[in-house]
Design a protein around this ligand. Structure first.
Ligand SMILES: NC(=O)c1ccc[n+]([C@@H]2O[C@H](COP(=O)([O-])OP(=O)(O)OC[C@H]3O[C@@H](n4cnc5c(N)ncnc54)[C@H](O)[C@@H]3O)[C@@H](O)[C@H]2O)c1
Length: 418
């Protein structure tokens, strides 16, 4: 069997340095790696992973291999793979099939290569690997004991599969751990989305009108950081609760149909489809910049943008200029794929430290536990708390402990006003 397929093996030395840099900022995962090296909880097991192939993912793979696992890995997006990292991973003996800038066909070919290794546990980001296994290779489902899912969109797809009675093995929703979404989705996406926009455009945010579609965990982070750099932020939402929260956080909230004419920069982060469409593009200012940070490239209607345009030019890497029939120009970043990974490097290592610590501990949990019914599970609370404790320790932050009196007080109901 083919052992790996990467873009350029000579990029390995740079990849090793990148992984070393990430690892130096991932103390929780390193602590788990040290324990895994001694205890070998994954000895002889094959894991199949479909994750953004970044330097941080490489540190997760190192950790799983330290635990004794064999790892087959492909990318979870055609435009997010870091080619120097794949070269280094291939040298480390990882069965890696990933390359930046793939066609959809090549992307699914890589998923198939990973599945050829017959993984016992799957690690997914967006549920494309799980979807392929359930639809095209259903006869192999019996080999799989369980899986993990990294992102909101993947969890939504898996819950839909569970509801329809189609999910055939248990999957832990890593995304829904407190130590994941509160930090990765909020601070990770917040910072790295701004990073992606700046690397692609080098535009000034101060004084700009910055429209964010959605006010979920990712969008909250993006709003916070855009505001911090002096942008005037407008939020569009469909949830009254989240719209209310945005309004009380001092942001302007309005429908996208109204925001379209006001924005200088637009970012979608909803996990939903066709948020920015033809009727919105028709109202946009000349020079407006449009980007997406949600999982799939479906949030901005690329078809509508193409239909409205008479010409298209690549101005810089990850920056496409579309000239509309009336002469206005709109700028699309990273083909509408998640801008933080396609135009920048994804979340900072410090954040992925927690997300991937949850991944490593959940994989260990799945291998140790008797096979569970095929449902979507939340991350066990003790894993979530362990990750928080280890992170605090690494940050040198100490906290209080409940006194016996406080424990008793919190467990009783008799004491009221005194
Ligand atoms: N770029 C990254 O690195 C990264 C990281 C984590 C998650 N994600 C992805 O980002 C997306 C959002 O994740 P999240 O955790 O913030 O989800 P979330 O569920 O917390 O938030 C999504 C928000 O979008 C809103 N929404 C849905 N349809 C809308 C519409 N038509 N108009 C306006 N708002 C709408 C929802 O009401 C909700 O508040 C998902 O696709 C997720 O997988 C990306």
């Amino acid at each position: 069997m083919e052992e790996f397929q990467v873009k350029d093996k000579t990029l390995a030395p740079q990849g090793h340095l990148q992984i070393e840099w990430a690892s130096a900022h991932m103390p929780v995962l390193n602590q788990i790696k040290r324990r895994f090296s001694k205890e070998k909880p994954l000895n002889g097991l094959t894991l199949g992973a479909c994750l953004h192939v970044t330097k941080e993912t490489a540190v997760l793979v190192d950790t799983l291999m330290a635990g004794g696992a064999k790892v087959a890995l492909c990318g979870s997006n055609p435009l997010s793979t870091q080619d120097d990292v794949t070269a280094a991973l291939a040298e480390k003996g990882v069965h890696v099939f990933a390359q930046r800038g793939q066609t959809t066909e090549e992307y699914y070919w890589c998923i198939d290569k990973v599945l050829d290794y017959k993984p016992l546990i799957t690690l997914d980001d967006g549920a494309d690997l799980v979807g392929t296994l359930h639809s095209k290779r259903a006869e192999e489902l019996a080999n799989v004991k369980g899986g993990t899912e990294e992102t909101t969109t993947g969890v939504i797809r898996l819950r839909a599969m569970e509801k329809a009675g189609n999910l055939k093995y248990p999957i832990i929703a890593v995304n829904d751990a407190y130590t994941k979404y509160l930090f990765d989705n909020r601070y990770g996406t917040g910072q790295s989305t701004i990073d992606g926009i700046l690397r692609a455009t080098n535009t000034l945010l101060a004084g700009k009108t910055f429209v964010i579609c959605g006010y979920g965990w990712c969008a909250r982070g993006i709003a916070m950081r855009a505001q911090g750099m002096g942008a005037n932020v407008i939020v569009t939402e469909v949830s009254p609760l989240r719209a209310l929260e945005a309004a009380m956080n001092g942001l302007r909230v309005m429908p996208i149909a109204e925001a379209a004419a006001r924005g200088d920069i637009f970012v979608t982060a909803t996990g939903d489809i066709n948020i920015i469409r033809k009727e919105h593009m028709q109202k946009m200012k000349d020079g407006a910049i449009i980007a997406n940070s949600g999982h799939f490239n479906v949030e901005i209607s690329l078809k509508d943008l193409e239909d409205l345009s008479t010409a298209k030019r690549t101005m810089r890497p990850n920056l496409e200029e579309y000239t509309l029939k009336d002469g206005r120009k709109l700028y699309l970043l990273s083909e509408g794929r998640l801008v933080n990974l396609a135009a920048a490097e994804g979340h900072p290592s410090e954040v992925m430290d927690m997300s991937f610590a949850n991944q490593a501990l959940c994989v260990e949990y799945l291998t140790k536990t008797a096979k569970m019914p095929p449902k979507v599970y939340t991350v066990p609370k003790d894993i979530d708390e362990t990750v928080a404790e280890l992170k605090l320790k690494a940050m040198g932050v100490k906290i209080d402990e409940l006194t016996p009196e406080q424990k008793k007080y919190l467990a009783t109901w008799e004491m009221g006003t005194i």
